[in-house]
Design a protein around this ligand. Structure first.
Ligand code: MG
Length: 244
């Protein structure tokens, strides 16, 4: 007989079918972490492992993604347009690594600009802001046009940087927004957004706004004219507690 692990004479937790220390509460699923921090854990869905762009298409026409793959990374080919995943997904934990060109050319929004668009609509800015001032809500790791990062955690251009992003998609009922999107972002392991409620989709020189869209969407990477590199891109689907 299995050993009883909890108590069945304790009070029920508020809004829950489980008691405090409930022996029947489902065990958390076992996930094997990657060998090193940042490596995909056992339940990750890998979007780019350094070899090819088979999981990606051009955002323009849905055709083949035209960015360059070499030496384990992919690189923006300026002028070919944004690329996006074939797969569509909602709430997730996303990891990726990026590098701005070692040769820091241009200034403000013109230096190492790209972007990570959750569901193709909500941008976490990629930009080289190591000693490169620009407007605050367009800085590296800004939720573009809405929130500057809490701190500037940039490494030098030519060095790999990490984004770890926790994304909660907005919820709509018909035409109505019933819960905004939420973002938590770590840049190089440093919290730069802490569960912040987004004001809407990303725009340039306009107010963010919500328009109803499906509960899932593609991950999109931006061609902003600079040869920014990406590698080790994976996500995990985020579920609530007590999922079996
Ligand atoms: Mg950008």
């Amino acid at each position: 007989m299995a050993k009883k692990l909890g108590y069945d004479d304790t009070p029920f937790l508020p809004d829950s079918k489980y008691r405090v220390h409930d022996p029947n509460r489902p065990q958390p699923r076992v996930v094997t972490p990657g060998e090193k921090s940042g490596e995909p854990p056992s339940d990750a869905i890998v979007l780019f492992d350094g070899t090819d762009l088979s999981k990606w298409v051009s955002s323009k026409d849905g055709g083949e993604a035209q960015w360059k793959v070499e030496n384990g990374y992919l690189e923006v080919v300026p002028g070919t347009g944004n690329i996006q995943t074939k797969e569509h997904f909602g709430d997730c934990q996303l990891h990726l690594e990026w590098m701005a060109p070692a040769e820091a050319e241009g200034e403000s929004q013109g230096r190492g600009n790209s972007g990570v668009f959750l569901m193709g609509l909500y941008e976490v800015q990629v930009l080289d802001c190591y000693d490169n001032p620009t407007y605050a809500d367009g800085t590296t790791a800004a939720i573009y046009g809405q929130y500057p990062p809490l701190v500037n955690a940039c490494r030098r251009p030519g060095e790999w940087q990490t984004y770890d992003i926790i994304w909660e998609a907005p919820r709509f009922e018909g035409e109505k927004l019933v819960r905004p999107a939420y973002l938590t972002v770590l840049h190089n392991g440093i919290v730069v957004h802490n569960h912040v409620a987004l004001l809407g989709t990303t725009g340039h020189r306009r107010l963010p706004e919500y328009k109803p869209h499906p509960p899932v969407g593609p991950l999109m990477l931006q061609d902003h004219g600079n040869p920014v590199r990406f590698r080790n891109i994976w996500y995990r689907v985020l579920t609530g507690y007590d999922q079996e």
